[in-house]
Design a protein around this ligand. Structure first.
Ligand code: NAD
Ligand code: UGA
Length: 457
């Protein structure tokens, strides 16, 4: 059983994952390190940098006991037995593979630091999502640094979803651990596995070779995103034919071979990973000389972009192509409910397109801060922009608005008093429900002109 665990990267994955590992393994010292001082300060406070239901309770139970957050990166690495690398692996924005390959510079930096400061043998765990064969790259880097210590690389991708991170971590469908098929590799896998065995049944801990594990993570995200793009493509056809995408989703989802999850049609998928990971897969296919396979997966992202654009086109067409100077209330900015994360949120591209049409946006999100929304829209948070008003209350947001666009499925949006909202709006009062969250019959009865995804107007 390892005694000391270090995690490099105190983000959406590193923070919650290590909090749960620490909670379940009180005898293991778990230290999460980051170069971002604000983040570390946040993790040591009551206002965690990541909003996740149930997370604060877990952190409070373990913090100061066997869970620590610090910027002392090197010292923590030096004393650890196992080092999880949970840093960002964004899409490359320059050079070869620009716009599709994963940028591994942060991962590489971690490997070099580990090799430089290690004072004992280490198990290095790829927790970040990485291209298949990254472990080979890491081995080269570690070797090149000339350390006299042994490093075993293990792949242990994370499958949690934001907003349900604690539930997912407590009860994972599976924990995947890939390693070398040597005796040292197997021992390293067993060591990482022992941390999870504190609460995950052994039959849900799956061990594979390194490459299968790395590729399974990209494949899982690609399949999940593909389901959303598939149902979203059908939503466009539903809108033309008076079929109802929710009825179609229910009908096909009852086929046990298809399954009912992840068939919710929407304004488009967002989040930091789906697009990034599919583009990475596309790059790898091209790299390995498989252009047909690359094209196949590229379509999933293209369909998602089409869905976001289509949503705006529908707003424009229902409002006679004129939103210039008109007030639009935006309900929700996060990429999904129960998170403050806006990375790749469909709200960003929808709002940008509406601003291009000179609309005035009155944005309400229960968790996303004003500065974040301004930055996402390419605005300076210190300068008030009359075109983008951030509201602290949905009723205030809808005052004198012509339309509401629901872009995040926050539960509270379903509970609002829509008669009161209707009275506060200009007529005709439109609602564009990008999440099929609201009850069509009730709203139409009140007098709204309701436009749902995958349903005729
Ligand atoms: P994040 O951006 O929230 O966090 C990454 C952190 O790493 C940042 O705080 C950054 O400051 C830190 N960091 C970068 N380089 C560092 C270094 N050299 N030393 C110390 N700290 C460093 O990212 P995230 O959302 O937690 O994602 C991390 C990885 O996990 C990515 O590869 C992502 O694809 C994968 N992943 C994310 C999710 C998710 O839900 N967000 C789920 C599964 C997998
Ligand atoms: C996703 C995966 O679900 C996780 O397993 C994975 O670990 C993670 O990516 C990752 O690698 O980062 P996440 O992006 O946090 O998790 O959230 P999801 O619940 O998958 O939602 C992603 C996007 O798809 C959201 O914008 C959501 O609103 C949208 N979505 C989801 C739909 O439009 N329809 C659905 O039926 C489901």
């Amino acid at each position: 059983m390892p005694k000391k665990v270090c995690c490099i990267g105190a983000g959406y994955v590193g923070g919650p994952t290590m909090a749960v590992i620490a909670q379940k393994n009180p005898d293991v010292k778990v230290t999460v390190v980051d170069i971002n001082e604000d983040r570390i300060q946040g993790w040591n406070s009551e206002e965690l940098p990541v909003f996740e239901p149930g997370l604060l309770e877990v952190v409070k139970e373990a913090r100061g006991r066997n869970l620590f957050f610090t910027t002392a990166v090197e010292a923590t690495i030096a004393e650890a037995d196992i080092i999880f690398v949970s840093v960002n692996t964004p899409t490359k924005e320059f050079g070869v593979g620009k716009g599709s390959a994963a940028n591994l510079m942060y991962v590489e930096k971690c490997a070099r630091t580990i090799a430089r400061v290690a004072q004992s043998n280490k198990i290095i765990v790829e927790k970040s999502t990485v291209p298949v064969r990254t472990a080979e790259f890491l081995k080269q880097i570690l070797h090149a640094e000339g350390s006299k210590h042994q490093f075993e690389i293990v792949s242990n991708p994370e499958f949690l979803a934001e907003g349900t991170a604690i539930v997912d971590l407590n009860n994972p469908d599976r924990v995947l651990i890939g390693g070398d098929q040597t005796s040292e590799g197997k021992a390293a896998v067993a060591s990482v596995s022992s941390l999870y065995e504190a609460w995950v049944p052994k039959d849900r801990i799956l061990t594979t070779n390194l490459w299968s594990s790395e590729l399974s993570k990209l494949t899982a995200n690609a399949f999940l995103a593909q389901r959303i793009s598939s149902i979203n493509s059908i939503s466009a056809l539903c809108e033309r034919t008076d079929a109802d995408v929710e009825e179609v989703g229910r009908a096909i989802g009852m086929d046990s071979r298809i399954g009912s999850k992840f068939l919710r049609s929407s304004v488009g998928f967002g989040g930091s990973c789906f697009q990034k990971d599919i583009l990475n897969l596309v790059y790898l296919c091209d790299f390995f000389g498989l252009p047909e396979v690359a094209d196949y997966w590229r379509k999933v992202v293209e369909m998602n972009n089409y869905q976001k654009r289509r949503f705006v086109r529908r707003i424009m067409s229902a409002m006679f192509n004129t939103v210039s100077g008109r007030n639009l209330a935006i309900f929700g900015f996060a990429f999904k409910k129960d998170t403050n994360d806006t990375r790749e949120s469909p709200a960003i591209s929808v709002c940008r397109d509406l601003l291009d049409e000179q609309a005035v946006l009155r944005i309400y999100d229960p968790r996303v801060k004003k500065a974040q929304i301004y930055r996402d829209l390419g605005l300076d948070p210190s300068i008030e922009d009359p075109r983008v008003q951030i509201m602290s209350d949905p009723y205030q947001a809808v005052q004198a608005c012509d339309a509401i666009a629901v872009l995040t499925e926050w539960d509270e949006f379903a509970e609002l008093d829509y008669e009161r909202i209707f009275d506060a709006m200009r007529k005709p009062a439109h609602i564009f429900d990008g999440r099929n969250l609201l009850k069509p019959k009730k709203l139409k009865k009140i007098g709204f002109s309701l436009h749902s995804i995958g349903k005729g107007d």
